[in-house]
Ligand binder design. Structure first.
Ligand code: KG4
Ligand code: ZN
Length: 356
């Protein structure tokens, strides 16, 4: 079964054609063609994503990358069984551009149109190992960390989601981006902070600033990052402002911030693993690209929960993309959880769509 999927929830325009098949123990996916255009550089000027600009860019990019994705797959729409599109969560103007494009395409080609939850895309695609979604032992605990979301989701059975923890304020990706901005680093700030922090560890550089580890004592799986952001602001002010810091001091500060985030997620993942009794732990979303977090989380599971299998997404799919949307749709279809025959009703963008 072949799906053409469209992703436009934020600042990446993605279209992918993916084939899914049933295997003895699950499903296998093959990416036939995928095109992804990032608007990050365009939004960098604003220090974040500017929704109406994102919409305009998606509308401009979609027809072009649609042709590219099909050409890369060496297919026409005739070969595609259904169209999948992200309908939330995300920036509503951006989501609408993908939805309108998908609706017109579905009408023109008389194909079923399937709405996909962006976070489910992150979750399902992160569980895929070597193109296969097999031997997934339930319950699955997923830590979804992106620019807009930070949540612990438990899947006790396929597609049955329960949220056991979330951020009470900012998403962790947002905290990375804002602290990066304070440090004078370009948007998106996550990879920039990560690079500097890695350098600081290599050079054994430590910041004189000590940031608080928020919510460690809360006894639940919730996190909070707005206090950490403010603490970072004050710490920089106390050091005389970022302009006064040497490049090494900036790197050391990035390390302190990343260490703090690592400490928070280690403690909260421990609590979430105990609470969920998970057999599989997976991380997904843009921040799941963070090397330090990956290392720390693998380590804590290996040391304290040796029976839990850890699945880490390939770095090529941690950021927003359409492959993950296709894989989530295919998993539902191949599992017989969604009907293919009937096109689903009118779609609308749901900015705050939730998984659970
Ligand atoms: O999932 P994603 O691509 O878009 C959303 O759905 O939000 O996540 C984007 C976020 C941004 O905040 C970006 O700074 C962060 O992921 N990010 C990282 C890294 N790579 C991307 N954060 C920390 N370390 C990274 N290596
Ligand atoms: Zn995302």
């Amino acid at each position: 079964m072949k799906i053409l999927a469209i992703e436009t929830s934020c600042d990446e325009t993605g279209i992918a054609v993916v084939e899914g098949t049933k295997t003895e123990h699950g499903f296998a996916f093959q990416v036939l063609g995928s095109t992804l255009l990032s608007q990050a550089q365009l939004h960098a000027e604003y220090g974040g994503v500017y929704p109406t600009l994102a919409k305009r860019e998606h509308e401009k990019n979609l027809p072009v990358i649609f042709k590219d994705a099909l050409a890369a797959a060496d297919l026409s729409m005739h070969d595609v069984d259904a169209i999948a599109v992200t309908h939330g969560p995300g920036l509503e103007p951006a989501l609408w551009s993908g939805i309108v494009f998908a609706q017109e395409l579905a009408k023109e080609t008389d194909k079923p149109l399937l709405p996909v939850n962006h976070m489910e895309g992150h979750l399902i695609s992160s569980l895929v190992k070597g193109g296969e979604l097999e031997h997934v032992h339930m319950p699955v605990l997923a830590l979804l960390i992106s620019g807009g979301h930070t949540e612990f989701i438990v899947m006790r059975d396929w597609f049955q989601y329960e949220k056991i923890g979330e951020t009470l304020d900012d998403a962790v990706g947002e905290a990375f981006d804002k602290v990066a901005r304070m440090l004078g680093l370009p948007y998106p700030g996550g990879p920039e902070i990560s690079k500097l922090a890695q350098y600081a560890r290599g050079q054994n550089l430590r910041s004189q600033a000590k940031l608080p580890r928020p919510m460690l004592q809360s006894g639940n799986c919730n996190v909070s990052f707005s206090g950490l952001k403010t603490a970072a602001l004050y710490a920089l002010r106390d050091m005389g402002g970022v302009q006064k810091l040497s490049a090494d001091e900036v790197a050391a500060f990035a390390r302190e911030f990343e260490d703090t985030v690592g400490d928070v997620f280690v403690a909260k993942t421990r609590a979430a693993l105990v609470e969920s009794d998970a057999k599989t732990f997976v991380i997904g979303g843009g921040v799941a690209a963070n090397a330090h977090l990956r290392e720390r989380l693998v380590e804590i599971v290996r040391d304290e929960f040796p029976d839990v299998e850890v699945r880490l997404p390939e770095l090529s799919i941690t950021g927003d993309n359409a492959i993950m949307i296709a894989e989530a749709a295919l998993a539902h279809l191949l599992a017989g959880d969604w009907p293919l025959e009937t096109p689903q009703g009118e779609l609308r963008a749901v900015g705050n769509l939730s998984l659970a």
